[in-house]
Write a protein that binds this ligand. Structure first.
Ligand SMILES: [Zn+2]
Length: 278
């Protein structure tokens, strides 16, 4: 959506809300977010509805990602426009008139919403990633991210979570089989491995001692394709934690695959989606 069309959509709260509702309910057909029942009773003069089958009472944004942040519809759309443009969170906070913490929280929600759209989202949740607001946070150590394998084919990238590969197996490939490795901050990436252009991971276990270094040069993934794109953007963040790394990676995967299309609508659609149970 270009700036002029965007300007129309955010010209009033009513229009902005109508635009968002278009992504929430296909053909305005509301259903129960818990059991999908379509027979509903209005509650509180129509703002909320109660399911005839399971009794769940909900409003239009219940159980959706955008319910995790108390923005009105216009602020959500402005936030997502700034997110599309890659504006830094401090600048977002100033432009939206919200605190820095709120801008960070909205960014986190948008990234989790993007991740929920990925084909391997269930595998990421099994690996301990928190689906999003309204779902209990998994217990577990946050010392390492999962290991991802990058497939880069015909200009499209997939970052596949590889549950059978741990940071320790990655290190054993390095020491026992000479798999070459390099690092970007705490993120380690490798030379091609099987069908993957690179394995990538962020975590403490990749740096067991000062003697372990990841400084091989000229790895194939650096030159072209997804990882050369992602590396530049990750470098700008100046430090990613293992817990955030999968979110950034999935965001970059979407940005890369959509680099010739617009990002606004896919991201609006994502934050209008329901938070998966995990
Ligand atoms: Zn129901």
């Amino acid at each position: 959506m270009d700036i002029l069309a965007f300007n129309d959509v955010v010209s009033s709260e009513t229009r902005a809300r109508r635009y968002i509702l278009g992504f929430c309910w296909k053909n305005h057909q509301r259903f129960c977010p818990k059991c999908r029942e379509r027979k509903l009773y209005p509650v509180d003069g129509g703002d909320r509805r109660r399911c005839a089958r399971c009794g769940y009472t909900f409003h239009d944004f219940s159980r959706r990602f955008l319910n995790g942040c108390a923005f009105d519809a216009r602020r959500w759309l402005w936030f997502l426009k700034l997110f599309e443009l890659g504006v830094a969170p401090a600048d977002m906070a100033a432009q939206l008139g919200v605190t820095y913490a709120t801008a960070l929280k909205a960014q986190d929600i948008a990234r989790r919403a993007v991740l929920a759209q990925a084909l391997d989202a269930p595998a990421l949740y099994r690996a301990g990633i928190w689906p999003g607001p309204g779902v209990p946070r998994p217990q577990g150590n946050g010392a390492d991210s999962p290991v991802f394998g990058i497939i880069d084919l015909n200009g499209m990238a997939v970052c596949d979570v590889l549950p059978e590969v741990t940071p320790n197996t990655l290190l054993s490939f390095k020491f026992n089989f000479g798999l070459r490795t390099a690092a970007l901050g705490r993120v380690v990436y490798t030379a091609p491995y099987r069908q993957y252009r690179a394995l990538v991971c962020c975590g403490e276990s990749l740096w067991p001692s000062r003697l372990v270094r990841h400084d091989d040069r000229k790895l194939a993934a650096e030159v072209t394709g997804f990882w050369s794109f992602a590396r530049q953007r990750l470098a700008r963040l100046r430090g990613v934690t293992p817990a955030q790394f999968p979110l950034h990676l999935k965001e970059l995967e979407l940005r890369y695959n959509q680099r010739e299309n617009e990002l606004f609508e896919p991201v609006v659609r994502a934050v209008c989606g329901f938070v998966p149970d995990g």
